[in-house]
Structure formats: C-alpha cells, structure tokens
Design a protein around this ligand. Structure first.
Ligand code: FMN
Length: 186
C-alpha cells in the first residue's frame, strides 16, 4: 500500500504531529506500507493567481500535466491512503494547507469532471484520515468536517476518518492526558 502523510503541523513540538505519529505507528509501521511524508511548510506553495490559473487551464486542456507544477497533485493521486495532519486554526486549518489542496485539485490528475459535470475518481485513495488538535472545542456541526466530506466527494474517496483532540488550551485541562486519551482512541 502507498500512503501519504501531508504534514501541515507548522510548529516544532506540535501536538497534532504527536497524534499523527501515533496513527502511523499503529496503522503503517511494520505493515509493509510504503509511506511518504510531505512537509508542506517546506514546499514553495503560493496561491493561484490569474496568470497561474490561465497556465493551468491551458495545461489541463492540452493534457500537459507531467511538469513540476503538478508534482503534488500526482503524489496525492497515487496514494492508497492519505493522512492529513493540521492544527485547528481560526476554525479550520493553516492557510498553507488550503494552498496545498488548491494545487492538488487539478481536473485530470486526482479526479476529472465527467460529461455530466460530476467528478470521476482518478486517485487511488480509499481512505482520507484527518487529524487535528484544538485549543478549545469544535462545534458538533463544524464546517471543517463538512468541508472534508465535500473534499472526499470531489476526489470520490469513500472513507473519511476524522480524529481530534480538543480542549488542549483550556485552563484546568491536562493537555498530555487529553492527548493520551486521543491516542488510545485511534
Ligand atoms: C494561529 C492560531 C489559531 C488558532 N485558532 C484556534 C481556533 O480557532 N479554535 C481553537 O479551539 N483553537 C485555536 N488555536 C489553538 C490550537 O488549535 C491548539 O493550540 C492546537 O493544539 C495547536 O496544535 P499544535 O500543537 O499541533 O501546533 C489556534 C492556535 C493558533 C496558533
């Protein structure tokens, strides 16, 4: 199995990264999984501008999708399982992850639009795992999970696992204990 860890954990000593490590130890390590880590904070990621969008539309139209601009999308498309780890920031995640996803959502690599305008699966992924930690508590109906479900719909990924540890910055809570509980629940 090919697996991809999209590491958007930004800071040194990240608690989200600790949860991700626990997941990979449990499900990937020693199980013949060929795992790649992508540290997206080290990638030269910039949001699409008008010129970039124009170039990309042309490349999609001509099928010229083998260049460096599409490396991240190709890496995403070939993974059988994708783990995204990102801290809960401003009710969602760090902007660098949105820019990464923008680079991955290329019509013709991980998915394409069919004749009827609906997405058709091109990627290998059977499962998307998303791991986050939050200082406070996510509302039961939070836009992050909704967004991830929609994203799985676009890529036609059948399974989404959402793993979180919450309340880590609430006074009186013991963040290490909360993390330990979250790791046990993985
Ligand atoms: C820029 C920034 C934005 C944050 N926004 C939120 C937020 O909207 N809600 C929340 O509960 N915690 C928020 N937090 C707290 C983090 O979610 C929390 O500390 C998390 O565990 C950090 O993960 P890390 O240890 O992997 O960096 C924010 C922290 C930072 C640095």
């Amino acid at each position: 199995m090919n697996a991809l860890f999209v590491n958007a954990c930004v800071r040194d000593g990240s608690r989200t990264k600790r949860l991700c490590d626990a997941y990979m130890r449990k499900y990937w390590l020693g199980r013949g999984v060929d795992a790649q880590e992508l540290e997206i904070c080290k990638e030269p990621l910039v949001p699409l501008d008008e010129e970039g969008l124009f170039r990309r539309d042309n490349d999609i139209a001509s099928g010229a999708l083998s260049g460096e601009d599409y490396r991240l999308a190709r890496g995403f498309a070939k993974a059988d399982e994708i783990l995204i780890g990102a801290p809960y920031w401003d009710c969602s995640f760090p902007a660098v992850l949105k820019v990464y996803l923008e680079r991955v959502c290329v019509n013709g690599i991980a998915f394409r639009y069919g004749e009827d305008g609906r997405p058709v699966k091109l990627c290998a992924a059977k499962r998307l795992v998303y791991i986050t930690t939050a200082g406070g508590y996510l509302p039961a109906e939070n836009s992050l999970e909704l967004y991830l479900r929609e994203l799985c719909g676009l890529f036609c990924i059948p399974e989404l696992r959402f793993i979180k540890a919450e309340g880590l910055d609430i006074r009186g809570n013991d963040p290490d204990e909360l993390l330990r509980e979250a790791i046990e629940g993985i």
